[in-house]
Design a protein. Structure first.
Length: 427
């Protein structure tokens, strides 16, 4: 039996161990009317909701409202609060150590300089982006302003795309100056200097940096638009680095888009470090850590990546890493559907079937059904699984990036849920 067949058989056997929620999506409600004792270790449960738990070795503050509202009614919550020391020990059991928690690779990201780095917009302004501010401590940025680099200065007359007899040109319409050639030459030169980057975060709708939705105007100065396209610099970067994640600060205000972008960014950064190390064993370990994440994104690519990492043809590391990188790009190209997440959650649940009680199984599957029906997010199920990871000491799941593909603080808390916002009940 070849490697691919072995992997397929293994996946089939593992899937058989999972509970059959897909075929009987409502069976989890069988015990919904009964009292449920929450057996999840509170330390791990609360750790999974960083936004609702802040602690230190000398003190802690816990909010239970999130759990009461989304997981199970207040009257069904039965647990005893662990001591501060137990919370800390549980946290260390899940993440290893304080140092390990911060062991994410630092992505290298090309960013528009006007997004908080310099007053370089056409009118001398600088854009304040909460997303850029949030991820700055975890990312190495390479700021660039293409319009300044081609000599337009600050302040300057704005540029725009104009469609005329010679096609679409980048023009300073108030002066008639055509800067298309300058921008093309700079973009090519700049791209040639980039080494080991992981993505792009650019200014939305900019005629130079916008990744989409940049207006194209009709020639003649009428102000009429004839369509939309990508900015000149952004288009050149996309052509040179087609597989790297690229987003603008406007779209990243959407949490789903941001989650997908950050997942790709930090996964590619981790792979870049593995590739630099030149060790096939590290590549195999990288694949193992990312197996559930890849399963959520693409089972087909996950199996192919496993075959590549196993290196049955005994290729040299550069060849294996190059092939692995191509398939990793393909695997993460599209965000996973919620049904793929459900499949991974059931796969993980199968590892605990011998240790959990029928009530715990019912509790988990009922929560999973709420996620399927779009009544709650995936967080409750992740929280429960994290608790079982600590409780049963499952090292394999503890290492899975699926549960923490990037630093948790980079998502933050939605403003309408954050307790740090203004008090609407104060007169």
């Amino acid at each position: 039996m070849g490697y691919a067949q072995e992997e397929a058989a293994k996946e089939k056997a593992e899937a058989a161990e999972a509970y059959e929620c897909e075929e009987r999506p409502c069976h989890a409600r069988a015990g919904a009317g009964r009292e449920i004792r929450m057996a999840v270790h509170p330390a791990a449960a609360f750790e999974g909701l960083r936004q609702d738990l802040s602690w230190g070795r000398q003190g802690m503050t816990i909010s239970l409202l999130w759990i009461h509202r989304f997981v199970v009614p207040h009257e069904c919550m039965q647990y005893s609060m662990p001591s501060e020391r137990n919370l800390y020990v549980g946290w260390r059991a899940l993440h290893g150590s304080e140092r390990d928690v911060r062991a994410f690779a630092r992505p290298r990201v090309v960013v528009s300089r006007c997004l908080g780095f310099d007053h370089c917009r056409w009118n001398g302004d600088m854009i304040t982006s909460e997303v850029v501010q949030m991820i700055t401590p975890r990312v190495d940025f390479l700021p660039v302003c293409a319009e300044v680099e081609i000599g337009l200065g600050v302040p300057r007359k704005p540029v725009r795309f104009v469609e005329g007899e010679n096609g679409i040109r980048l023009v300073q319409h108030e002066t008639g100056l055509d800067v298309t050639g300058r921008m093309e030459r700079f973009a090519a030169s700049f791209a040639g200097t980039l080494r080991e980057i992981d993505g792009f975060l650019l200014k939305s709708r900019s005629p130079s940096c916008g990744i989409r939705d940049v207006k194209v105007y009709r020639a003649g100065g009428t102000g009429d638009t004839v369509g939309k396209t990508a900015g000149a610099f952004a288009a050149a970067m996309a052509a040179r680095f087609p597989n790297l994640p690229a987003e603008d600060e406007g779209r990243l205000r959407n949490r789903r888009i941001r989650e997908h972008f950050l997942t790709r960014l930090f996964t590619f950064a981790a792979f870049r470090e593995v590739r630099a190390g030149g060790d096939l064993r590290e590549l195999a370990a990288f694949h193992t850590r990312n197996k559930l994440l890849l399963m959520a994104y693409s089972q087909k690519e996950m199996r192919e990546l496993g075959r590549i990492a196993a290196n049955p043809d005994k290729k040299t590391f550069p060849g294996v890493a190059g092939e692995y990188g191509d398939h990793l790009n393909a695997a993460l190209s599209r965000a996973p559907r919620y049904t793929a997440h459900i499949n991974v959650l059931l796969h993980a649940l199968g590892r605990f079937k011998a240790g959990i009680s029928p009530a715990e199984k019912t509790f988990f599957l009922d929560t999973l059904e709420q996620y399927r029906q779009d009544r709650v997010t995936i967080c409750p199920n992740l929280m429960i699984l994290r608790g079982w990871i600590v409780r049963f000491g499952d090292d394999y799941l503890r290492e899975q990036t699926f549960f923490s593909p990037f630093p948790a603080e980079l998502m933050g808390v939605s403003q309408d849920l954050s307790h740090s916002q203004r008090d609407y009940w104060v007169k």
